[in-house]
Design a protein around this ligand. Structure first.
Ligand code: AVJ
Length: 329
């Protein structure tokens, strides 16, 4: 994207490489109540903080899904291979692909006929994968795509007409409220053909204290992860947030399965973003992220409602996380 020049109130200029980030930020911070989109957490700093989170004691989803992919690799892969027709293995939000590498290795070892197309919103992630995966998995056919999921899915369909297997792991689906998740599954189905598959990772409802602890870790990594978005605005949009004036608040509602994160203004304060003045009252919050939890039954329902048939369920030994295979009907 061509850099855009933003003139600040002071007359100084900053160049903005991501105009959509700017527009979404202003829309969210001028709304009432204020909100930001958690998809912007993942710049290079955010990627690193998420790595730290995955290694932190309370954050269980990654370990659970890793256990599933480690102990049930063959069953999962054989289901995806099906009758053996060539396929495009597309991964939405690939991250560092640690989990999918388990599957990719099995597929390579068993000479499955597939191409791997990781899609990620982070350019940083895609260039990393394009560079490192061919070293870890010599001979892998990989084409990393940097951009929005559905734009890149369209591109993937243009590249080849092979059958598609779409992976959406790590409970990334949880970053949408339920209605949006249903809408997302409908949209995903529209980009696929009958027989195509989805491998989706979903964090399950469980002891509320366990869920809350994962989003309210003692070390404060989740807090830094949220605060990083304000720092990213300072870096990329020339904003002047004093991040010490914000605290992190996480909550989990076991009835709805919604786990939400907020940043709360510790004082009455004003922030400039370009020429835009944003005022915060003391205790005013910014709604930062939802991490929705489901029951297995709810995920089956979501599949059926959006034109898929649930084919298989894979769970970890604690029953905390689900990887499901859905087939487009
Ligand atoms: C990467 C979206 C699955 O919601 O659990 C971790 C991101 N946020 N801690 C999640 C996250 C706070 C994570 N996902």
């Amino acid at each position: 994207m061509a850099p855009q020049v933003l003139t600040k109130a002071t007359g100084e200029t900053t160049s903005i490489t991501d105009l959509q980030f700017y527009k979404d930020t202003i829309a969210g911070l001028t709304a009432s109540p204020k909100y930001l989109n958690s998809k912007y957490f993942y710049d290079a700093h955010g990627d690193k903080l998420f790595q730290d989170l995955m290694n932190c004691e309370e954050y269980y989803p990654t370990n659970c899904e890793m256990e599933i992919f480690t102990n049930q690799t063959a069953d999962i892969c054989e289901a995806l291979i099906g009758n053996g027709d060539a396929f495009d293995l597309i991964e939405l939000g690939a991250g560092d692909a640690t989990k999918s590498t388990k599957l990719l290795k099995y597929l390579m070892d068993n000479k499955a006929d597939f191409s791997y197309l990781p899609i990620d919103i982070s350019e940083n992630v895609i260039s990393y994968l394009n560079m490192t995966l061919p070293v870890i998995l010599p001979g892998i056919d990989i084409t990393g795509l940097n951009g929005d999921y559905f734009d890149m899915l369209k591109k993937a369909a243009d590249i080849s007409d092979k059958r598609k297997v779409v992976m959406f792991l790590g409970s990334n689906i949880g970053n949408m409220p339920v209605a949006d998740a249903e809408q997302f599954c409908n949209e995903l189905r529209k980009h696929l053909s009958p027989g195509d598959m989805v491998l989706i990772g979903v964090d399950l409802k469980k002891n509320p204290a366990t869920v809350l602890a994962a989003y309210n870790d003692k070390e404060g990594i989740t807090k830094r992860f949220n605060i990083n978005l304000l720092e990213r605005m300072n870096r990329e949009l020339g904003a002047n947030f004093d991040v010490n004036q914000f605290d992190h608040y996480a909550m989990y509602d076991p009835e709805t399965g919604a786990c939400k994160s907020y940043l709360v203004s510790q004082a009455e304060q004003r922030v400039m973003i370009g020429s835009e003045l944003i005022s915060f009252a003391k205790d005013e919050y910014i709604y930062m992220e939802i991490s929705q939890k489901y029951t297995i039954e709810q995920t089956d329902e979501m599949a059926c409602k959006s034109g898929f048939k649930p084919l298989a369920h894979f769970s970890d030994s604690k029953g905390w996380f689900l990887d499901a295979i859905w087939q487009a009907v």
